[in-house]
Ligand binder design. Structure first.
Ligand code: SF4
Length: 390
């Protein structure tokens, strides 16, 4: 349909959330950004960011997640995955302000791991993570009741991926579990199976399944998927009792879109290509890949790859583009034609960064992410268990 009349369309609550103009206390995303943001077309943005950062000096430490835009990464003091960045922030006690260019759960983790006198800032409060949003505290508490009714809660150990809210990390700490990253998921699961006979893996079913089946010799039949939107998780007590891995039905909306067809297609287009994917991809994609690893693993693998080699990478597009630029002597392509950026990560742009830095330089703390003390205590317990993993 074409029309020359203006469409009388009111933004839906969802549209407002995605635009960051509405509050949704149940979500990682969608809290109103209170400031007057500079226009994206302002030609002085780069200069303004430089000046504001210089005014703040050592009082500010800017963290840039690997999936951030180039315009933001340019101002990062360090780059890395979420856990490395939280640790980098903790190792900078002199920095009064930690500006986290990433998503909400990452800023929470940084707040948990940094000192009480350090303030963590997320330049756009609407930068959440759809995966972290897939497991809420209420849903997970209900799941634990289901496991209790099935008589298996006392032999089940929660293992939560770093990509989860502080509430879920605290649940994990309270119930004797640990946090894991995509680099140490196998070690975390091995530890958990020494503590109990079953694992409740939250919130990314793919990382849980891939680690158990690909790296630890479990079968797909050892796994069940708990769906928080169905009564009893959509599984019977018998299925829960028979399972070793109880996988939460969550996924990454970026990595979950890579498909077996994309692997087959790139192999047909580029003979001899090495397919390297992130373990948040679906099991069939991981099974068809040549190598599987975290973002840090991907970066190191490409650093070590010989000149002239060809690589198809299944992870977020901003990172893949930067890697291709950094290695002009290698052929590095994005695994899929249709998968694109992490849209919530991409919310942090130069106008938001400039606004946050200028506000801090003027003495106003904006968009502070602060985890309450009790949640922090139990979340830290789970994080410390991860740090103590052999
Ligand atoms: S890439 Fe996936 S897991 Fe990472 S922040 Fe985006 S939605 Fe979340």
């Amino acid at each position: 349909m074409t029309t020359t009349e203006p469409l009388d369309v009111q933004p839906t609550p969802l549209a407002l959330l995605l635009l960051g103009r509405e509050a949704d206390p149940r979500s990682e995303r969608g809290v109103e950004c209170p400031g007057d943001l500079p226009a994206p077309s302002d030609p002085d943005l780069v200069e303004r960011a430089r000046k504001a950062k210089a005014r703040l000096g050592d009082r500010v430490f800017v963290l840039g997640h690997h999936y951030q835009r180039d315009e933001v990464i340019e101002f990062a003091d360090v780059t890395g995955d979420s856990f490395k960045l939280a640790r980098d922030a903790a190792a900078r006690p002199q920095a009064e302000y930690i500006v986290f260019c990433g998503v909400h759960f990452m800023a929470e983790s940084a707040d948990i791991l940094t000192g009480d006198d350090q303030q963590v800032i997320l330049p756009d409060l609407a930068a959440g993570c759809s995966m972290a949003d897939m497991a809420t505290a209420e849903q997970v508490a209900e799941c634990w009741d289901v496991l209790t009714d099935a008589g298996i809660a006392d032999v089940t150990v929660p293992v939560s991926y770093m990509n989860s809210s502080a509430d879920i990390k605290a649940f994990t700490g309270r119930h004797g579990g640990t946090i894991c990253t995509s680099s140490n998921a196998k070690r975390a699961l091995e530890w958990a199976f020494e503590q109990g006979t079953k694992v409740l893996f939250l919130p990314d079913q793919h990382l849980g399944r891939n680690t158990a089946v690909r790296d630890m010799g479990f079968s797909l039949d050892d796994c069940v998927v708990y769906n928080p939107h169905k009564p009893g998780g959509g599984v019977t007590p018998e299925q829960l009792r028979a399972a070793r891995m109880i996988l939460w039905r969550g996924h990454c909306s970026v990595h979950g879109r890579f498909s077996l067809e994309s692997v087959e297609d790139v192999r047909a287009r580029i003979p001899g290509v090495n397919v390297l994917v992130h373990p948040e991809c679906k099991h069939e994609v991981v099974a068809a890949a040549d190598q599987v690893g975290s973002t840090e693993y991907i970066i190191k693998a490409l650093d070590a790859a010989p000149a002239g080699s060809a690589w198809a990478i299944g992870t977020e597009l901003n990172l893949v583009r930067r890697l291709a630029k950094a290695h002009p002597d290698k052929q590095i392509v994005f695994l899929d034609k249709t998968v694109c950026f992490c849209s919530t990560m991409n919310r942090i742009d130069l106008p938001h960064l400039v606004w946050a830095l200028e506000s801090l330089a003027d003495g106003t703390v904006v968009n502070r992410i602060e985890v309450d003390k009790e949640t922090e205590h139990y979340a830290k317990l789970a994080l410390e268990r991860m740090l103590a993993l052999p």
